[in-house]
Design a protein around this ligand. Structure first.
Ligand code: ACO
Length: 331
């Protein structure tokens, strides 16, 4: 049987930095409020002519190069994004595949908001274990600034742009395999986080929708409470199910939504500070890109070593959530 190995990681961030102080000139907020409530100090913003696919391409180039897999051997690409290059079609995955010259491979996007990267891992694992594919490029890429209402101070202070990518490859070595992935959703909470316009669920007709804009809306405080409750249960469940003690986790890499959510889940698992990966301060919430960007941050610091066990967790619009137990398995 083939197992799925997490071979490599890469990320990319746009150069433009948007600080809390700059945001406080755009909406009624302060650096102090944002820092205290979220832990975020700054985030990156893509240029006008820089599309989500462009961010994904740069992250993917690094992941492919570090995997040791030749680009011609990649047989599938999946992209998680809530800020695709185009509404409905073509998928951002096909745009990235073409920009990378990957040929006529299977390519599609998934919509699981901030949980996107965990969903990508579960899909890649299933395709490889079933024997259908061998080398899968997964990309979380977001230009959230393009779907953000910069008059909504409760939401715009949280988000930024960026991309992360990884190669998931077939292996016969069980110790290299992704151990487990858990994914879930509950549409009863759909109204906590949504982009109400742009789709057929909108109450507006096409022209009214254009005027209203296709922006994200969030009920932050309610989302916060459900996130802490759901994520804490989810990470405890995945560890118990696999009989793994939290002390065996080398890197806990949560979705970087809010420092207070990360701290609450880390405390519930009794994790030490050095086990918890934090990039929320410099990048904010980059939705489907946040986990691979945080993982690459650890890699770039030389702290992510072969065999290190990672625990990933994420929570986002849908609502969706999930967790994964992943050993880092470069060639
Ligand atoms: N600056 C100053 N004051 C503000 C700001 C701001 N930027 N935003 C809101 N406030 C005010 C509110 O108006 C409110 O004022 P009031 O008491 O006079 O009514 C007060 O601050 C408290 O507001 P809350 O919304 O209760 O603040 P909270 O402590 O919950 O923090 C936050 C808000 C940061 C948004 C938090 O709720 C959060 O992080 N939520 C979770 C977000 C998340 O995890 N989303 C999931 C992933 S995202 C995805 O899937 C795309």
């Amino acid at each position: 049987m083939a197992y799925a190995a997490f071979r490599s990681i890469g990320s990319y961030v746009p150069s433009k930095i948007l600080t809390n102080d700059e945001l406080s000139k755009m909406v009624d907020t302060t650096d102090e409020w944002i820092t205290k409530r979220t832990g975020i100090k700054e985030r990156r913003i893509a240029a006008k002519d820089e599309h989500t696919s462009d961010l994904g391409v740069e992250a993917a180039k690094k992941a492919i190069q570090r995997s040791g897999v030749d680009a011609s051997e990649i047989d599938m690409i999946i992209c998680a994004t809530i800020s695709p290059d185009y509404f409905c079609m073509p998928s951002t995955a096909t745009v990235i595949a073409t920009k990378l010259g990957l040929g006529k491979i299977t390519a599609f996007d998934i919509s699981a908001a901030c949980t996107g990267f965990v969903y990508l891992i579960s899909i890649a694992k299933a395709f490889i274990e079933s024997g259908m594919k061998k080398n899968i490029l997964i990309v979380g890429a977001e230009k959230i600034s393009a779907i953000m209402d910069y008059t909504d101070r409760g939401t715009c202070i949280l988000f930024g742009d960026g991309a992360g990518a990884a190669m998931i490859c077939a292996t016969q070595i069980k110790q290299e395999a992704i151990i487990d992935v858990h994914t879930a959703s509950d549409g009863n909470y759909a109204d906590l986080l949504m982009t109400p316009n742009g789709g057929t669920g909108s109450v507006h007709d096409a022209l009214e929708q254009e005027a209203a804009g296709c922006f994200m809306q969030m009920k932050g405080n309610e989302t916060f409470k459900v996130a802490v409750r759901t994520l804490t249960k989810d990470v405890i469940d995945i560890l118990e199910k696999n009989s793994i003690d939290s002390s065996a986790i080398k890197h806990f890499i949560p979705h970087q939504a809010n420092y207070r959510i990360i701290k609450a889940v880390g405390d519930a698992l009794k994790l030490k500070e050095e086990q918890v990966v934090l990039t929320v301060e410099k990048y904010g919430n980059t939705s489907g890109a946040s986990i691979p960007m945080a993982m690459d941050d650890v890699y770039e610091q030389g702290k992510l070593k072969k065999g290190d066990l990672m625990l990933l967790d994420a929570f986002g619009g849908g609502l969706t959530w999930g967790s994964a137990l992943v050993p880092f398995s470069p060639k």
